[in-house]
Each structure stands twice: as C-alpha cells, then as structure tokens.
Design a protein. Structure first.
Length: 361
C-alpha cells in the first residue's frame, strides 16, 4: 500500500479556543487546540512510519491541485471566495477556520488525494491512502462545513468517473458524508454510501439529515444509534453497504476514512475500537477493488492513530497491534431497527448479490 503525504497540509492553522470554537474564552485557563489540527496528522504519520506496519508501506509525496481540478466538484465563485478568505484568520462557518497557510493546505490535500488516485489508476498500487488535512467529506459544491473546505474524496471520485470508472464512495467517518452526497446528487453513475451516527442537521451549512429518507438510487445512508460499536458497523457493511457496492457494480472505490467513531473520540462516541477498524479494513480489502482512501475525521489523536494503524493492518491482511484501551460494551439493542430503517427507503435495491448479505455475520 502506498501512503501519500504533503507537508503543506500542516500549514492549515486552526488556532485555539473552546474545543472547536476559536477565539478568546477568558474563563479557560488554557485554551484547547481546535480538534482538527496539524498535530493529529503528524501523529497519524508517525504511527504508520514507526508502528509495526511500517515495513509494509511505501510513501510518496503528493502535489498541489490546480484550480481546474478543484472546480470539478466546487463552484468557481466558492473557490474564489475561499481563497480570498484564507488571507487572514477567519471562521468561514461556525467551527471551520482558515488562515494564511490554509489555501496551500487545501490545494495540497486535494492534490495529494489526486496523486493517490493517479497511482492507483496507473496500476502502480491497488491501495493508496491520502493522509491529508483539512478533511473534506462535509464540503459541498458551494459551502464549507464541519472543518471541511474542499471535498477530497468527491474530487477523486469525480476524476475517476470522468476516466470512465464506475465509482462508489464508502464513508465510515462517524458523521454523515453530506458534502459527498450533495456533490453527486443527480449523478446516478456514482454510488455514495455513508455509515454514520444519527446526528441530524447542524448549522446553516449543514441542512442534510443523513437519514435513510435521503437515500435513493445512488445514495445509501445507514444511520446507527448512539453506542453502536464494532458489531453494528460490521453488520452495516456486510448487510447493506457492501451488497450495495456489488449490486451497483463498482469497479473503483473511494473511502472517506474517519476515526471519530471510536469509543474515545470527543466528536464521535460511537464505540468503535481498534479491532473494529481492523475489521473495516479487512472488509474493504475483500472487495479487491482499486481503492483510494482519504483521511477524514478522528480527533483523539493517539487513539485515532492506533485506529488508523489497525485499519491499515486490516487492509493488508495483518494483525499486529493490541488495543490497550477498549472496554466500553456496545449497545446492540437497536442495530436490527437501524438496519431495517436504512433498508426501508431503498426499495430499488435487491441486496442479495454480495454473499455476506444472505445472513447476519
Ligand atoms: Zn467526522
């Protein structure tokens, strides 16, 4: 597996404040770093460079995306406004911050995701991981949202679509991939699948609910209840997401890979463990598809780094690191209800073409 990196991704400075709200909070003795910060990405890189999976990985340097490339999934006016906003530290929406280093970081994240795509498209590797920030899956054609500015996963998917691939996007970040859903609304030849926590809409830039009511012919939303955990994600993949990919006939996969569903993530609390992410990696590997993964959320940086490591283990068929922290039991009571609700609006789908769909696993 090839991992793609660009130093400019570290130049996006999101500042400090009250968790994700930048600014002055005088009643805090020590303000906290914004959760989406450079230290988390450096920690992720260090885990893959120095963890036991390191000998199995090769590293490549990404590149900057061009304006024309960014415009494949965003409006020109949005990109112009975003570039101008990066001239000084400002919040482009409630908790999404930009500053002087951000435009280069945005272009580096998008271009590095494209470099990962190019390696896979050229047959140099079947699996490529774009270890980038800022994340992208909430970014819509003309809106920033939820720390996301340019939708890196959607850009890869659209680029692959234009190259004639039948593309699916699989998103396991704990939050709904609303931006990707919007980019491909009305594009039936790209399948978007999001497995996420039931969190509903938020703020002026996030009108989407992520509910099964928004599912359709080429968009599949699986909402899971609080406390879902490893078993619920395993079943959501085996019983809905992977069968949908098979039925759609995807020949190229883009994964929006977040670790904020972990049991310890302050933005997620969805009870996934490092073992759960390893299982997700295995499930993706079993598809055998050319695959580009883009880094999305994951905000408790040490545990997220462990989850990234175990996800990569799963992708490579390895089992290396123990999880020293997992102890919270899953809440399994609502999984059947959640999966039935997800299926209820997918009346055009059959879900029987993938072997694991024929019974719970
Ligand atoms: Zn997230």
């Amino acid at each position: 597996m090839e991992v793609f990196w660009h130093d400019a991704c570290l130049e996006h400075d999101t500042g400090v404040g009250l968790w994700e709200l930048p600014g002055r909070w005088d009643w805090l003795d020590v303000a906290e770093p914004h959760p989406e910060n450079a230290a988390r990405l450096r920690t992720f890189r260090h885990a893959l460079e120095h963890g036991p999976v390191a000998p199995h990985l090769s590293w490549s340097t990404g590149r900057f995306a061009t304006d024309e490339e960014l415009a494949r999934v965003h409006t020109r006016s949005y990109l112009d406004d975003l570039r101008a906003a990066c001239g000084q530290r400002t919040a482009v929406e409630l908790n999404t911050v930009v500053g002087p280093g951000s435009w280069d970081a945005i272009r580096a994240a998008a271009g590095t995701a494209l470099a990962a795509y190019e390696a896979v498209a050229a047959g140099r590797t079947r699996l490529a991981y774009a270890l980038v920030r800022p994340p992208g899956h909430h970014a819509q054609p003309d809106l920033a949202d939820g720390y996301c500015l340019v939708n890196n996963a959607a850009l890869v998917a659209e680029t692959a679509r234009r190259a004639g691939r039948r593309v699916a996007v699989l998103d396991w970040d704990v939050h709904h991939g609303n931006g990707t859903q919007e980019v491909f609304r009305g594009t039936p030849d790209v399948l978007t699948v999001s497995v996420h926590m039931r969190h509903g809409p938020w703020g002026a830039n996030h009108a989407q609910t992520g509910s099964p009511a928004e599912s359709g012919a080429s968009n599949v939303n699986v909402e899971l209840s609080l406390g879902a955990g490893d078993g619920a994600y395993r079943r959501a993949l085996a019983e809905i997401a992977l069968p949908a990919l098979a039925e759609f006939g995807a020949d190229f996969l883009v994964c929006a890979s977040g670790f904020d569903g972990s049991a310890f993530d302050p933005n997620g609390r969805h009870n996934l463990t490092a073992d759960g992410y390893r299982a997700i990696g295995r499930a993706v590997a079993e598809l055998g598809l050319p695959t580009v993964l883009t880094q999305e959320g994951g905000y408790l940086r040490g545990y997220s780094a462990l989850c990234l490591h175990t996800l990569v283990e799963g992708l490579l068929g390895l089992d290396l690191l123990e999880d020293p922290l997992a102890y919270v039991p899953d809440d399994t009571q609502l999984v059947d209800v959640d999966l039935a609700a997800a299926r209820s609006t997918l009346t055009d789908w059959d879900f029987t073409t993938y072997p694991a769909a024929r019974g719970p696993v």
